[in-house]
Design a protein. Structure first.
Lengths: 627, 344
């Protein structure tokens, strides 16, 4: 038996949505993290909870990239594909690299399943898989054999088959099985008979790898080198929940979180509901509007108030966010974006709610908008959103997306004692109080909360007098208030950190991105820069106000490419703001960028005949991403 | 003398804002009764909050010298819920109307009541949309002619009391706008109640629906049943009463002994703490077939949402200890990377 060292591996598990592929992937990711690899994951599953077995649309996949060096993405194409049935093979094979390894559960390759997947002939027999290293294994049968004599029903036994696949890949990549066995027992502590069965099947898979002669090599991916410190594996939604709890603590306030179930935001509510002993109050509202309404009520009462949703829910919250703008109350709205419009692609990722976030309310209703770039970054963005909301007395929209919400990465845990506090102080002095008198630096009005004697006042959604806060329909006052609400948002720029720029401050191509595309964009830029190309990448955290650092450099590049998972929403803004031509790299497939797609787009621009420095670059309005 | 020790008067609860309702609007009378009653109750201005939606009645908070929040159409119960959950020590009143609370905000209304949120909800029912100039509302009688229904409305009206009972309100009452004595008494009891209070106010809109409750108000003896704890449901000076026929059908009967009359002992006796079934029966007594019950229809003690939420927090602290954020952060699979950059 050989042992071969690899720098990095991309593996994808695919099967029916009831086959447990998400669990298999998550467990294998843990093992990789445990072994010291850098990891990045991409769960990709259908909206249906248990789609009909064997159907193409019911295929659920989990991709894991593990590496001996730093990585930013779950990988463009899998090196290894585990296909639990014909539908999984059909929908995922096109992504597998040529000469890639294919592990197929032959037990599911029955006439009926082949037909459901649209195969005229059995691909395992018709030679169509010739270019791959195929391991055809009857996982169904081997699972049943492993559980021979078990009390479980055949149906229950069958459900353990994902653990066979897990055991097999554990062996292939030289992972230690002991801690996984412990985890299985823990996970099924309440149903020990299932725990026992899953461990048996897991071991059977592991031993199959060891004894079956088909596998001649064990592949080892050595540990990556990380910055020293404490780490944990974290998804975007877990990190954002922690960020909210910590943000409220840094503000010296209690956290109130109101939500209504919606994919892919729901798990934030699930996390926070467990933190009751940290003083967090959660409220599952009757609808999206009630969730933002309750948050506004809590903000009025002096809590750090948060609501979360995805695009359709944020649309419903629009009017109430406007009320927050008018009454200048601090509330944080999380938008975990998914494909749209309407119900769209509930479980897939997209960045198409940027304009909704910036403008999706009636009237002149600007709010601060920031976007997280990775699972771990959502923690810091949540803290920053709480800080800006409470300091500037304004609703803040924090954008995440399905990709970073569900994706995970090893996360360097911060030392909470070193995070700067921003304690909120409520005004209690009644002398000379005017409801809309503003702080000269932030333009924020004082956050006076009910319960404060002598400061009783009324606020509401009708235009306010610029000083007293009383109802005012005066023309000049409305213009003044409209302008000051906008100016307040611009003032936030004074608190925004450095632009996240990789590469020089001038050059041939500047890639501009925001949000969850960070990994693919940064990796592409680093690869090109390593080849000596004059390519930089600026990744925006703040979209409103626009990061001041961008304006300083955007004109220093021959071409500017704005890469986003939408039809060019940031591109529109950059064109309007800077009056320069920028080129769009746009993909609207419910999938993240592949590094290759970004490389191709940048290389096209590098190869194109350069215009003179400073002149507008060519317009590329059509989507450039490969289908 | 500090503010807290000073005896409040009605005047202390009046804000410096000009009241902008139409002359003759029933809202004036309600505002005055609320101000007078709360002053009598000795409330604290700083811990009292009025929250409203949109509509004529929803301007109410601007005129109260307490904390006030004029929000958006229909959403006041949701906003009030968020405030009450996080600030249980505040007295939170919700001002709404038949359009605001039963149409655009119907969902928030039923859920605030269902949760037994400790809110005092005053629903001003004038059976019309006033601020938008006179369209028929969810409580308008069938056949209501309005700009949007020139040939008469064809949808059945909603019964606010039935809705409140069905949703789980734990204090349900009704009064007419100008009946200061009855409303004052109800408000005093409502103030003491812990849980979701729902008070339907029969309110006159002199501009778009003038006199819609006139039949009820001008003939209190004949068109109203004054609900008094432990007293029979009689009206018309005691000559008529409500008895129950087969199939739990309420019937108007002549009270008395002798042929064709029903003895007083067979007349339903009012109790605020009766079954929901009894309260629902009262709710079914509507014009024009019955006189309308006025007063406290139903009262029931059960834990509020706020109590239960606080209990869960205490429970979590007892079980898991006061939250330690470091522990929370360092939970799950945590590992250390040493100075050499590899895992230990």
């Amino acid at each position: 038996m050989d042992t071969k060292h690899l720098d990095r591996v991309v593996i994808r598990f695919a099967g029916d949505s009831g086959d447990g592929m998400q669990l298999t992937g998550t467990e294998f990711a843990k093992a990789a993290a445990e072994a010291g690899n850098d990891i990045s994951t991409f769960p990709d599953f259908p909206a249906e909870i248990r789609a009909p077995a064997g159907s193409l649309f019911g295929v659920s996949g989990f991709q894991l990239h593990f590496s001996a060096s730093e990585i930013h993405t779950p990988g463009d194409a899998p090196d290894v594909l585990v296909a639990m049935n014909p539908a999984a093979l059909k929908t995922n094979l096109k992504d597998l690299v040529d000469t890639g390894t294919l592990i197929v559960n032959t037990g599911a390759f029955l006439e009926a399943n082949l037909k459901k997947a649209g195969y005229a002939s059995n691909p395992l027999e018709d030679g169509s898989l010739g270019k791959y290293k195929v391991h055809a294994i009857d996982i169904n049968q081997l699972t049943m054999s492993a559980l021979d004599g078990s009390e479980l029903s055949n149906k229950e036994k069958g459900r353990a088959k994902n653990f066979f696949a897990l055991g097999l890949v554990f062996w292939m990549y030289g992972r230690e099985p002991e801690s996984e066995i412990r985890r299985i027992y823990q996970q099924f502590a309440k149903k020990p008979e299932f725990g026992e069965a899953n461990v048996k099947v897991f071991k059977a898979g592991y031993h199959y790898g060891e004894t079956a002669e088909v596998f001649q090599t064990v592949y080892k991916v050595p540990p990556a080198v990380f910055q020293p410190g404490m780490y944990r594996n974290i998804t975007g939604n877990e990190a954002i929940a922690l960020g909210l709890v910590v943000g409220a603590e840094l503000a010296g306030k209690k956290l109130f979180y109101a939500g209504y179930p919606i994919t892919p935001a729901s798990s934030i509510l699930h996390s926070l509901a467990k933190y009751k002993n940290c003083g967090t109050l959660t409220f599952q509202a009757e609808d999206e509007i009630a969730a933002i309404g309750a948050a506004l009520g809590a903000a009025y009462g002096g809590s750090v108030a948060v609501t979360a949703s995805s695009g359709p829910g944020v649309a419903l919250k629009g009017e109430a966010i406007g009320l927050g703008v008018m009454t200048e109350l601090p509330v944080v709205i999380l938008n975990i974006q998914r494909g749209g419009p309407s119900t769209g692609l509930p479980t897939k990722t997209e960045q198409s709610d940027l304009l909704q976030s910036l403008y999706g309310r009636n009237g002149e209703s600007p709010i601060p908008v920031l976007a997280a770039k990775s699972p771990g970054d959502t923690f810091y963005c949540a803290i920053e959103a709480v800080k800006v909301a409470t300091r500037y007395m304004v609703p803040v929209m924090l954008l995440s997306d399905g990709y970073i919400a569900n994706g995970s990465e090893p996360w360097l845990l911060p030392n909470l004692n070193t995070l700067p506090r921003f304690d909120v102080i409520h005004r209690t002095d009644p002398s000379g109080y005017f409801v809309y008198e503003r702080d000269p630096r932030t333009l924020a009005r004082a956050w006076v909360i009910p319960g404060t004697p002598g400061l009783e006042h009324r606020i509401g959604g009708i235009e306010k007098d610029a000083l007293t806060g009383n109802i005012s329909y005066a023309p000049d006052n409305h213009e003044k208030q409209t302008r000051v609400r906008a100016a307040k948002i611009e003032r936030i720029a004074q608190d925004i950190g450095e632009l996240d720029l990789s590469g020089g401050a001038s050059g041939d191509v500047l890639i501009v991105g925001w949000g969850g595309t960070f990994g693919a964009l940064r990796q592409a830029q680093q690869q090109l820069a390593a080849q000596g190309k004059q390519v930089s990448h600026a990744h925006l955290r703040w979209l409103s106000p626009l990061e001041p650092g961008l304006g300083k450099i955007i004109r220093n590049f021959k071409r500017v490419i704005v890469a986003e998972l939408n039809m060019g929403q940031l591109r529109q803004i950059l064109r309007a703001t800077f009056l320069i031509d920028v080129i769009g790299l746009n993909k609207i497939q419910g999938q993240p960028f592949k590094v290759r797609e970004v490389l191709d787009a940048v290389e096209n621009q590098l190869d194109a005949k350069h215009t003179d420095h400073g002149e507008p670059a060519a317009v590329v309005s059509q989507p450039q991403a490969s289908a | 003398m500090t503010e807290a020790l000073k005896k409040l008067t009605k005047k202390d609860l009046e804000s410096d804002q000009d009241v902008r309702w139409c002359p003759g609007c029933g809202d004036y009378a309600i505002l005055a009764t609320v101000q007078r009653t709360l002053a009598q109750l000795g409330i604290k201005r700083e811990t009292t909050v009025f929250i409203s939606g949109i509509g004529c009645s929803s301007r109410f908070p601007y005129y109260m010298n307490t904390y006030g929040f004029h929000t958006i159409h229909g959403r006041a119960p949701a906003i009030a819920s968020g405030l009450k959950i996080t600030r249980p020590e505040l007295d939170v009143w919700v001002i709404t109307g038949d359009g605001d609370g039963l149409s655009i905000g119907g969902n928030h209304m039923i859920h605030a009541l269902r949760r037994n949120m400790d809110l005092k909800i005053l629903l001003f029912n004038n059976q019309i949309y006033g601020l938008t100039k006179g369209q028929y509302s969810p409580t308008s009688a069938m056949g209501t002619r309005a700009p949007s229904t020139p040939t008469g409305s064809i949808d059945h009206p909603l019964n606010p009391i039935s809705l409140a009972l069905g949703s789980g309100a734990t204090f349900v009452a009704r009064a007419a706008d100008t009946d200061a004595k009855l409303l004052g008494g109800i408000l005093q009891e409502a103030y003491k109640h812990k849980g979701a209070v729902f008070i339907e106010l029969l309110q006159n809109c002199p501009v778009f629906n003038d006199g819609v409750w006139e039949g009820v108000k001008e003939d209190p003896a004949g068109k109203q049943i004054a609900l008094v704890e432990g007293k029979p449901l009689v009206f018309a000076g005691g000559a008529k009463g409500i008895a129950i026929g087969p199939g739990l059908v309420p019937q108007i009967v002549d009270v008395g002994d002798g042929p064709g009359k029903t003895p007083l002992s067979e007349i339903l006796v009012h109790t605020e703490r009766g079954s929901a079934l009894y309260a629902n029966l009262l709710a079914q007594l509507v014009q024009p077939d019955f006189p309308i019950p006025m007063g406290i229809l139903y009262r029931h003690d059960k834990p509020t949402y706020g109590d239960l939420a606080a209990h869960q927090v205490e429970d979590a602290v007892t079980r898991a200890g006061r939250g330690d954020l470091n522990k929370l952060m360092y939970s799950g699979m945590v590992w250390e990377v040493g100075a050499d950059g590899t895992r230990h």
